[in-house]
Design a protein around this ligand. Structure first.
Ligand SMILES: NC(=O)c1ccc[n+]([C@@H]2O[C@H](COP(=O)([O-])OP(=O)(O)OC[C@H]3O[C@@H](n4cnc5c(N)ncnc54)[C@H](OP(=O)(O)O)[C@@H]3O)[C@@H](O)[C@H]2O)c1
Length: 230
């Protein structure tokens, strides 16, 4: 059975990706830092006649990630798809000259280092897959090509740096498909109710990369199943 781990899967885009992958026959590990929310999400997905297991994982905490990898290894012997989806926009992330070092570090710790840390911890099980795939949920707000408009600077920089993590991992892991995705502006707690896309639309390219994209598509940044500039 194919396996997938989605971080931040208790709600929003991560939940939708986990739900769809489980519906497609994956054994999905529903990664969440909050056990109550994570268990509830996994239970909901299981009740839709799919296989889902809650996995406690706080991507900003090394010990939590190590424990999650250990727990995973007691249940599964390989990992086919890792979706690094967990992300935050910290309160007060308003102006580049005013954000505190703390805010900046916290944002990078989750959005950038979190994805690298989880990938590193799960690489031994990804290497046991015939076609390992790592999908980093990034954002168009991290693109350098269009300049910046001043919105959420720490968040935007964390996604620019996450894209750097993607290309470095793609180079270090030549048999893997490692890509960044911009889901678009999506109606979630983060995106807000005025966002233009549903969670299904936001999940589309992520699920496509997990299931259908060619294995030799790697080191790219995509939106709507197409490559976009960094
Ligand atoms: N929504 C958009 O318009 C949009 C646009 C571009 C990119 N994205 C990206 O898409 C991804 C998902 O966002 P979303 O819109 O679905 O946001 P969301 O509804 O706020 O969900 C974020 C998820 O990440 C989890 N999370 C945050 N910090 C974590 C940590 N340290 N460890 C583990 N999980 C953590 C949250 O857990 P808790 O419930 O415990 O907080 C939650 O499950 C993010 O990477 C985001 O940057 C979103």
């Amino acid at each position: 059975m194919k396996t997938a781990l989605v971080t931040g899967a208790n709600k929003g885009i991560g939940y939708e990706v986990a739900r769809q992958l489980a519906a497609k026959g994956f054994h999905v590990f529903v990664g969440a830092r909050n056990p109550k929310a994570g268990r509830k999400a996994a239970k909901e997905i299981v009740s839709q006649e799919s296989k889902a297991t809650f996995l406690e994982i706080d991507v900003s905490d090394n010990d939590s990630v190590t424990n999650a990898a250990r727990e995973f290894s007691t249940i599964a012997n390989h990992l086919d798809v890792l979706v690094n989806n967990a992300g935050i926009i910290a309160d007060g992330d308003n102006a580049i000259l005013e954000i505190s070092d703390d805010l900046f570090q916290k944002t990078l710790e989750t959005n950038t280092l979190g994805a690298l840390r989880v990938t590193r911890a799960f690489v031994p099980w990804l290497r046991k897959s015939n076609a390992p795939r790592v999908i980093n949920v990034s954002s168009g707000s991290g693109q350098l090509s269009g300049g910046a408009d001043g919105w959420a600077p720490a968040y935007c920089i964390s996604k620019t740096a996450l894209n750097g993590v993607t290309v470095q991992l793609a180079a270090a892991l030549p048999k893997f498909a490692v890509n960044s995705v911009c889901p678009g502006w999506v109606r979630t707690e983060m995106g807000g109710e005025n966002a233009s896309r549903s969670v299904e639309e936001g999940a589309d390219t992520i699920v496509w990369l997990a299931l259908e994209a060619p294995q030799n598509l790697s080191g790219k940044f995509l939106r709507d199943r197409k490559e976009i500039p960094w």
